[in-house]
Design a protein around this ligand. Structure first.
Ligand SMILES: Cc1cc2nc3c(=O)[nH]c(=O)nc-3n(C[C@H](O)[C@H](O)[C@H](O)COP(=O)(O)O)c2cc1C
Length: 143
């Protein structure tokens, strides 16, 4: 069951006090390296101390990673939004896409919203992931 489907998990959290450029850069560097090895793809959005992340891959890899992320002291109030299976990856090009809405972190962005939006908007009707729809609407409204 679900043998050839992709597990999709999303959550929101609050960055810890004193979280700075270097901390986020380190998270992204480690994520890109680890996620390539474990076959996980996704996106991390940072906005005014809040994270939103979507992880996709096989269920055991995603759940194992999420268990580590949930106890990471660099953030708090980790709240799962959605766990579901989707027919295909939405972030296959990104071992961890990053988009920030904080000016001082813009340098770390590796994610082109327009590219993403064009890419997923045709598929949104076929995708049952509510978190992806929320993300697409968020990008649509906020750029
Ligand atoms: C908001 C946030 C998102 C993270 N996302 C990932 C991720 O996608 N992949 C990853 O390997 N680690 C991620 N981490 C870091 C993990 O919590 C953990 O520090 C890291 O996986 C440990 O890697 P190691 O076992 O190789 O030392 C994230 C941490 C935070 C705070």
């Amino acid at each position: 069951m679900n043998g050839n489907k992709i597990y999709h998990l999303s959550y929101v959290s609050t960055g810890c006090d004193g979280l700075r450029f270097e901390h986020i850069k380190e998270i992204l560097d480690v994520s890109n390296e680890n996620n390539k090895e474990t076959g996980i793809t996704g996106i991390l959005v940072y906005c005014n101390k809040h994270f939103f992340q979507i992880l996709e891959g096989d269920k055991s890899s995603v759940e194992e990673l999420f268990a580590k992320i949930a106890i990471d002291p660099r953030h708090d109030n980790v709240i799962k939004l959605q766990c579901t299976y989707v027919a295909k990856r939405q972030f296959e090009k990104w071992s961890m896409g990053f988009k920030s809405y904080n000016k001082e972190l813009k340098l770390l962005d590796n994610f082109n919203t327009e590219e993403f939006y064009c890419y997923v908007k045709d598929q949104l009707n076929d995708c049952n992931a509510v978190s992806l729809r929320i993300l697409a609407d968020f990008f649509d409204l906020n750029g």
